[in-house]
Design a protein around this ligand. Structure first.
Ligand code: ADP
Ligand code: MG
Length: 450
């Protein structure tokens, strides 16, 4: 299958797609199509700008029968008001020749106006979680008719602390429904959510496109524990010429802070940090300082660093081994850009060796292991989660990957975002380098209104 024509879409839908100027489905669109039509739960992971929106809208709209019922049948949750508006516009253009009623609701505006709109009936409801819940508890909005639930940008949603709202919404839905989730990165939090609410979902993961693996020299060290990793990194970074611009990836905000603190003494003035608990200004400053070379070292979490387009990074350090192999691809893709030569180093503990094997399978490439340097101190200090759990071997994993949550951001803070969330697929196809304006979604997401 190569073109949209091959999907055998109903004429009305096909014509609308053709009018958008799209001829070929992107890889995620191609793969998601039959899974969504089959009615199975689905989790789709693909980089920002790869066309995830149409990946679910096309099969969903294809199956949507005309109806006059008041209650929505499709619910799409997104993290920001901007995305609500954008999605409604997307749906409107796709259903130009169909009789479908989309409606968008979001926080920060008069709820009564939205109550009236809801009361008029809709087929596809696009919403931010907080406002949706508020509308549902007033009783104006009935969610029992929801047949398909889509959570888009789920990694951002969870990173912004929307988990409780999402859980509440699940409680209001009928059990029998199809769940569809889209994300640019796979995180522990996303995984836990899937585990809790999804029924054996089909997972579609599209490998990071254009990651020039040949440009990236990969290596790894087996390291005993977190504190020994710190010692090793400290040791490596002492070579300032070789390690001239280093992006350090770490899986959680809490570990990122721990590492940052540990670096204070040796590399304090050279290190900056970004994760979603830091203010927007702080993050912008960090990235700028790193990009311009004022800071040699940037510590970042996975979700935060997505989409970052930084120049001339000498090394990407994987301070921990991602349990989702795609995340490794995202991480190392930050180096070796634009024909430059990049280097990446992976630290893995005995426990993480399994993750490393998964990554190697995905890449069909073994990551060479370098002997642990004699001169580096092996610490025997263990983090609480590194200590063996007595009598509870089975749950060990879950406990150690404890989810660290920042303060729940009130939806109000998210209002008025003006990010252009789309547009990069076409642009990227033409240009090697990612457009500057696109940047990191989260980053744009909470800036605004200044
Ligand atoms: P994602 O959600 O994966 O970040 P989007 O769904 O926002 O990506 O799509 C990114 C851009 O690509 C949008 O501007 C969209 O119009 C465009 N696009 C989507 N599907 C196609 C396609 N099949 N061919 C060309 N462009 C597409
Ligand atoms: Mg998207």
């Amino acid at each position: 299958m190569n073109t949209f024509e091959d999907l055998n879409l109903p004429k009305q839908l096909y014509n609308a797609v053709a009018e958008l100027g799209f001829e070929k489905p992107t890889p995620i669109q191609e793969e998601a199509y039959s899974v969504i039509l089959s009615g199975k739960d689905m989790v789709g992971i693909a980089q920002t700008g790869t066309g995830k929106t149409l990946a679910y809208l096309i099969p969903i709209l294809r199956d949507l029968k005309y109806s006059e019922q008041l209650n929505p049948r499709i619910l799409i949750l997104v993290p920001t008001r901007e995305l609500v508006l954008q999605l409604v516009a997307n749906i409107e253009s796709l259903t130009k020749y169909m009789n479908v009623r989309p409606l968008g609701v979001y926080g920060g505006t008069n709820i009564n106006t939205q109550k009236k709109a809801v009361a008029q009936g809709c087929d596809v409801l696009v919403a931010t979680p907080g406002r949706l819940y508020d509308l549902a508890v007033t009783g104006v909005l009935q969610l029992k008719g929801i047949k398909k639930l889509v959570i888009d940008e789920v990694d951002i949603m969870l990173d912004l602390g929307f988990r409780p709202q999402i859980t509440n919404i699940f409680d209001l839905l009928k059990e029998r429904r199809q769940n569809i989730m889209l994300s640019a990165t796979m995180t522990e939090e996303v995984d836990v959510l899937i585990d809790d609410f999804f029924t054996i979902p089909t997972k579609i993961a599209i490998a990071v496109s254009g990651t020039p693996l040949n440009n990236i020299e990969q290596s790894s060290y087996q390291v005993k524990n977190f504190h020994t990793k710190i010692n090793l990194l400290r040791h490596l970074l002492a070579d300032k010429e070789e390690f001239s611009k280093v992006l350090v990836f770490i899986s959680s905000k809490r570990y990122a802070d721990k590492l940052y603190e540990a670096f204070e003494e040796d590399y304090g003035s050279e290190t900056c940090i970004i994760h979603s608990n830091k203010s927007q200004n702080y993050r912008i400053r960090s990235i700028k300082q790193f990009d311009e070379g004022l800071n040699r070292i940037l510590i970042a979490t996975d979700v935060m660093a997505r989409g970052l387009d930084l120049d001339k990074i000498s090394h990407v350090i994987n301070f921990d081994t991602p349990s989702f192999p795609e995340n490794y691809m995202h991480r190392i893709g930050r180096t070796g850009r634009a024909e430059q030569q990049g280097k990446t180093i992976l630290f893995f503990t005995e426990k993480e060796a399994e993750y490393k094997a998964n990554i190697e399978r995905l890449m069909s490439h073994k990551i060479p292991v370098i002997d642990f340097p004699e001169e580096v101190l092996r610490s025997s200090e263990l983090l609480a989660e590194e200590r063996p759990v007595v009598g509870d071997v089975k749950n060990h994993n879950r406990n150690t990957t404890e989810v660290v949550r920042g303060p729940a951001f009130h939806e109000k803070k998210l209002e008025n975002t003006k990010t252009n969330q789309g547009g990069s697929y076409l642009r990227k196809a033409k240009k090697y380098k990612k457009s500057q304006t696109r940047g990191d979604k989260i980053q744009n997401m909470r800036s605004k209104k200044k």
